[in-house]
Design a protein around this ligand. Structure first.
Ligand code: NAP
Length: 325
């Protein structure tokens, strides 16, 4: 495993982390047996050197935090892990932030949350009201590092002003299927010692090569993801072909190559979710792949050519599928 080496985080952060939205979340459709697999995924992740485990109070309405906490306790892993969770920002004013932070720590069974993130920018309540709550949690020792998620660069900087200290990370959608963070967020992170945490680094499986227009994943989450519309596979043909070719050069999978491309970017960590221990192991192994500059350039060029359909198109397609049943 590789770790970020020039970031002032409370503990080392592994460049491949573990995303846990899938844990306890029915919308992923992994069934009841998955809770036991989830515990095994956490234990194996830590055994393989992952420190960053990302969850959120919104995932399964607290179930994901509980599953992560139970696994850490059962296997005695707390000290080895950099636990990140998020507040879902409904009314994120300071006293609410403090209460919800303490509730997340309880569900995780930890005295201190290593990274506490604001899940989404609230359009009405400004960071001037949210960040003092984060500061109180830091002063009380309930939170070590503060982060945000889905923030623009301007709002990230404003959050830092309101916290009066570094907002260590911004967790955003970032993959070969969504490369916008390359333009502003990655340069800011790498020049300021901050971190971009890439969510959906595999495009929820779009970049794995496992799916196509005739073989779509069917579950609530991915039914709403425009990456699984036929026009996305059509527009993404060049990108997926390039990914397949580079993967072939290295004798690894397309998913691993997609993760290696992200890790080529400075101050970026990826937090893929996994439906099995086997997937987790493959994702961890991606940290060891070194892509050539020409391979990175070709993948980036193909990614810039990819046209991703609008989310509203996925919604319309989902409604059409329901009506035709
Ligand atoms: N901050 C936010 O707003 C936000 C939003 C979304 C996600 N997140 C976080 O980011 C994490 C990751 O995002 P995500 O789960 O949406 O998408 P993702 O990591 O891109 O995709 C995860 C899915 O890809 C497939 N997969 C994983 N490893 C694979 C491998 N080695 N080979 C082939 N397929 C593989 C699995 O699905 P199948 O096996 O079923 O194909 C898995 O469930 C989440 O768990 C969550 O912690 C944050």
């Amino acid at each position: 495993m590789r770790y970020l080496d020039d970031v002032a985080s409370a503990k080392p952060i592994s460049r491949i982390g573990l995303g846990t939205w899938q844990f306890g979340s029915r919308e992923w459709g992994y069934g009841d047996d998955y809770s036991a697999e989830a515990g095994r995924i956490v234990a194996r992740a830590v055994e393989l050197g992952i420190t960053l485990i990302d969850t959120a109070e919104a995932y399964g309405f607290g179930a994901s935090e509980r599953i992560v906490g139970d696994a850490l306790r059962e296997h005695g892993l707390r000290d080895h892990v950099y636990v990140a969770t998020k507040i879902f920002p409904i009314l994120p004013i300071a006293p609410v932030v403090v209460n919800r932070g303490r509730a997340s720590a309880d569900r995780l069974g930890v005295e201190q949350i290593d990274l506490y993130q604001v899940h989404q920018p609230n359009p009405v309540i400004k960071d001037a009201q949210t960040m003092p709550g984060m500061r109180q949690l830091q002063d009380a020792g309930v939170v070590a590092d503060v982060g945000v998620s889905n923030y623009s660069l301007a709002r990230w900087k404003e959050a830092e002003r309101q916290l009066g200290g570094p907002v260590l990370s911004n967790q955003v959608e970032f993959s070969l299927a969504r490369i916008d963070p390359l333009d502003e967020l990655v340069p800011y992170a790498s020049s300021q010692g901050r971190v971009v945490i890439a969510w959906s680094p595999l495009g929820q499986g779009f970049l794995s090569g496992r799916y196509d227009a005739d073989n779509r994943p069917s579950n609530g989450v991915r039914n709403m993801n425009p990456l699984f519309l036929p026009e996305a596979f059509e527009s993404g043909r060049g990108l997926l072909d390039a990914l397949r070719e580079v993967a072939g050069n290295h004798g690894v999978s397309m998913s691993q190559t997609a993760l290696a491309w992200l890790l080529h970017q400075p101050h970026v960590v990826a937090i893929p979710g996994a439906s099995s221990v086997e997937q987790l192991e493959k994702n961890v192994a991606a940290a060891e792949i070194d892509l050539g500059e020409d391979e990175v350039a070709e993948l980036t060029a193909q990614a810039r050519r990819f046209h991703r359909p609008a989310r509203s198109e996925a919604l319309k397609a989902s409604v059409r599928r329901r009506l035709s049943r």
